[in-house]
Write a protein that binds this ligand. Structure first.
Ligand code: ADP
Length: 378
């Protein structure tokens, strides 16, 4: 008997992605990316999902469960969780930690409960993989009374992807994940790095929120907190202005007016100086993180690129890792032309193996869901 598929929903602040995935084979039966939604239209988007499934002949009874990607699980949710009223209350209580990211996910859960009342609904958290991050990496060096009272620590995000890719990299190499020290670079619209030792993450670039770390499409990553004080005090920005600046008008967008990496590269090639600087800032930040994570791990066995940019842009991979031979990294220029993967792009004499591995957050969610609820229902 084939396993029943899982409907995976990923309701973000500006889009809803869905996929109907067979957890055993990894096959995607149906899927779509619905753009430009506010939290208010998650219900309308979900109506389209339900209609799409019905048109494809997929009824509630054909599904094992609905899996929901939830960005922030805080301290409370550190594993996939069957949603009930108490869990919904718990998710609502986390909204202050993730005001842009969690509300659409909660709306998605509520609408899916109404549309598929007989199906188990499972929340899978993007922070969960990092729940056991060593205290030295998870702790901000701020007044402990303040951070404890407000649950301020480094949680880390993109855990669904980092865990999946680290496992796939190990499988590709035919090695147990427990034996490998890995750096994973997830480079999409959002971007983050993780250092993973023996299958457990020991450092990651996102923090309390998805604003920390690498340069992203519209988020700038690391910034001196004094800059924010300066903008509030001297620049006269309101908290809402700052929120908008940090989430939507920074990163590649802020530096060059382009948030999509394809547009950025076209502008770089067209001689646009702002785009060239944005590209350099982005690659420089990545290189700093690679070096830092090699130090955190005491040297790595594997460095892996994944997500839209990591899987598709050889030149970023080459520019980030250029000149790191002393650190054991030596790319093969021809192998590095690969898109997608999984593939090895390092030279045979490279002490560190460099890979391109495609991420598949929907499949990872589907597998975590059936691990919790099983594939058959009474
Ligand atoms: P997310 O899942 O965070 O929305 P993705 O992982 O799909 O993001 O990555 C999106 C980014 O990848 C965009 O900046 C896009 O321009 C870039 N990207 C995807 N394919 C290519 C490509 N062939 N060349 C250059 N950039 C690409």
């Amino acid at each position: 008997m084939t396993a029943r598929p899982v409907l995976v929903l990923n309701a973000g602040s500006s889009s809803l992605k869905y996929a109907v995935v067979r957890p055993d084979t990894g096959e995607t039966l149906l899927g779509e990316h619905l753009e430009r939604l506010g939290t208010d239209d998650v219900g309308a988007a979900l109506d389209r999902v339900v209609a799409g499934l019905a048109a494809a002949g997929i009824a509630a009874d054909d599904l094992a469960a609905v899996g929901h990607r939830v960005v922030h699980g805080g301290d409370r949710f550190v594993a996939p969780t069957l949603v009930d009223d108490a869990v919904l209350d718990g998710l609502e209580a986390l909204v202050p930690l993730a005001p842009l990211h969690n509300p659409p996910a909660i709306a998605g859960v509520r609408h899916a409960l109404a549309a598929y009342p007989g199906l188990p609904q499972v929340a899978v958290f993007d922070t969960a993989y990092f729940a056991d991050l060593p205290a030295a990496a998870a702790t901000y060096a701020l007044d402990r009374e303040v951070t404890a009272r407000l649950s301020v620590r480094r949680y880390g995000m993109h855990g669904i992807s980092h865990e999946h890719v680290a496992g796939r990299a190990a499988a590709f190499l035919g090695r147990p994940v427990e034996e490998l020290d890995q750096v994973v670079l997830h480079l999409g619209n959002g971007a983050s790095a993780a250092a993973i030792s023996g299958g457990r993450p020991v450092e990651t670039s996102m923090g309390l929120t998805p604003l920390e770390g690498l340069v992203m499409g519209t988020r700038g990553g690391d910034v001196d907190p004094g800059v924010l004080l300066h903008l509030l005090r001297v620049g006269g920005l309101s908290v809402a202005d700052l929120d908008d600046l940090l989430h939507h008008r920074s990163g590649l967008q802020g530096l060059s007016g382009r948030q999509d990496f394809r547009d950025l590269l076209a502008a770089v090639d067209g001689g646009d100086a702002d785009a060239a600087l944005a590209y350099e800032v982005c690659c420089h930040r990545l290189r700093k993180y690679v070096g830092a994570y090699l130090a955190v791990l005491g040297g790595a066995d594997v460095v892996t690129f994944t997500a839209g940019i990591g899987e598709n842009v050889p030149r970023v991979r080459a520019d980030v890792l250029a000149g790191l031979e002393q650190l054991g990294i030596h790319l093969d220029a021809t192998r590095n032309q690969v898109r997608g993967g999984p593939a090895r792009i390092s030279a045979d004499d490279s002490a560190v193996t460099v890979l391109v591995v495609p991420t598949d957050e929907e499949l990872s969610i589907a597998r975590q869901v059936v691990a919790l609820v099983g594939v058959s229902r009474p």
